[in-house]
Design a protein around this ligand. Structure first.
Ligand SMILES: Cc1ncc(COP(=O)(O)O)c(C=O)c1O
Length: 410
């Protein structure tokens, strides 16, 4: 009989890449809430970046039918022609973006599509221009791909959006990539079509710049501006933009892991080759579900959007009424992003000084059992992010608790 190896295992050195990587703080908050809830703690979670709705029934049925009819084997790596064509038709129909299946790759969530694009296009030392606040994954992936990151700090008074002159001033000799994420995670704000066109003019003056347009929240829009996909602003931008989108947020399908990228065919080919060595195709029985989601009834998407609009308005109203908080009105996605700087330096009931948004979030969770995400990892250390992807009752209850906790600070 073989002897079993007992822990502790001898320490194995990690790669410099793994050592340098910061784990996702948003996923960490979600995991912490789930652990607390499993332990019986009544936590109100404003941490999650995912809809609380179930995937619409007709989409679920499409996948069930696919499994039952034996759709269980390997599929083409970038997605089936049917699924890629459905994405291309969607881009045409909704955004007037004239593309076909060769311009599309389907990946394991928008997150993996983004990683493939960084790996396919970025060389060591290339610089990513990243407007802050930003989704935590962009700098992490750029770093994994060997790039550097130059932050362009959005100003609160401009809804955290960068201006053409701020963009122009940030562009240096190594700048190769610019992320545009509108509607934005974490701020919930969104560029108007005119603001985007003005940024596009700057990009057009710098032929080396490639834009990563992250459109994942494009269906969740509540403000005065219509959504415009960056690549459609000018024919040249269509060739210099990689557009990211997916089914996670719009169709309440976060766990299915279906994202896609739209780009020039040679870029898609390179991403396909990378995906072929990483994950191969996404789950086989999800392919028909993609076609059903994009081309079937869209009523559920609109119903969810209306519910988010109503919840966002309530959350915004209540946050604005709380002492010490200042908040921009959410215009898209499902996040409110209040400024908590007036409360920093106060002490909670245990006498702990709140010196940072992390201290703020930790005390709020421990004492009021309300989970929010601190702003540090989004590049906004005096803000917190609250997701309103939860019911109105939970929003009211959580904000009651938060208000009482704020009033108790000294
Ligand atoms: C801004 C942004 N882009 C992309 C994604 C990727 O989503 P998924 O990988 O579920 O498609 C997310 C998810 O949180 C996001 O917030």
């Amino acid at each position: 009989m073989r002897e079993s190896i007992s822990a502790p295992f001898p320490a194995i050195g990690l790669s410099a890449r793994a050592e340098a990587l910061k784990p996702s703080s948003t996923l960490a908050v979600t995991a912490k809430i789930k652990t607390m809830v499993a332990a019986g703690v009544d936590v109100i979670g404003f941490g999650a970046g995912e809809p609380d709705f179930d995937t619409p029934a007709h989409i679920r049925q499409a996948a069930i039918l696919a499994i039952e009819s034996g759709r269980t084997r390997y599929e083409p790596t970038p997605g089936t022609m049917e699924a890629r064509s459905a994405v291309a038709r969607y881009m045409n129909r909704r955004h007037g973006f004239d593309v076909d299946a060769r311009n599309v790759i389907i990946s394991v969530g928008g997150k993996h599509a983004l990683y493939l694009a960084f790996m396919a296009l970025m060389n060591d030392g290339d610089e990513l221009l990243l407007p802050a606040p930003y989704w935590v994954t962009y700098p992490a992936q750029a770093q994994l791909a060997g790039g550097t990151v130059r932050i362009i700090q959005g100003r609160v008074e401009n809804g955290f959006k960068i201006t053409p002159s701020e963009l122009e001033a940030a562009i240096g000799p190594r700048s190769r990539f610019l992320v545009i994420n509108s509607p934005n995670n974490p701020t919930g704000t969104m560029y108007s079509p005119d603001e985007l066109r003005a940024l596009a003019e700057v990009v057009l003056r710098h032929p080396r710049l490639i834009v990563f347009a992250d459109d994942i929240y494009e269906r969740l829009v509540y403000g005065p501006h219509p959504f415009v996909s960056f690549a459609t602003i000018h024919p040249e931008l269509a060739t210099r933009t990689v557009t990211f989108n997916g089914l996670s947020k719009s169709y309440a399908m976060t766990g299915w892991r279906i994202g896609f990228a739209v780009a020039a065919p040679h870029v898609i080919k390179a991403m396909d080759a990378l995906q072929g060595q990483m994950t191969s195709n996404i789950t086989s029985f999800n392919m028909p579900a993609i076609v059903t989601a994009l081309e079937g009834p869209q009523d559920d998407v609109e119903k969810m959007r209306e519910a988010f609009a109503c919840r966002g308005a309530r959350m915004y109203e209540r946050l604005c009424a709380m002492p010490g908080l200042a908040c921009a009105r959410p215009e898209g996605a499902f996040y409110a992003f209040p400024d908590i700087s007036a409360l920093l330096g106060r002490r909670d009931e245990m006498g702990t000084e709140l010196r940072s948004s992390s201290d703020f979030a930790t005390s709020l969770l421990e004492q009021a059992r309300v989970a929010v995400v601190p702003g540090e990892d989004f590049g906004a250390p005096t803000h917190i992010r609250l997701s309103f992807a939860t019911s109105l009752e939970r929003i009211n209850e959580g904000l009651d608790r938060m208000e009482a906790w704020i009033l108790s600070l000294r």
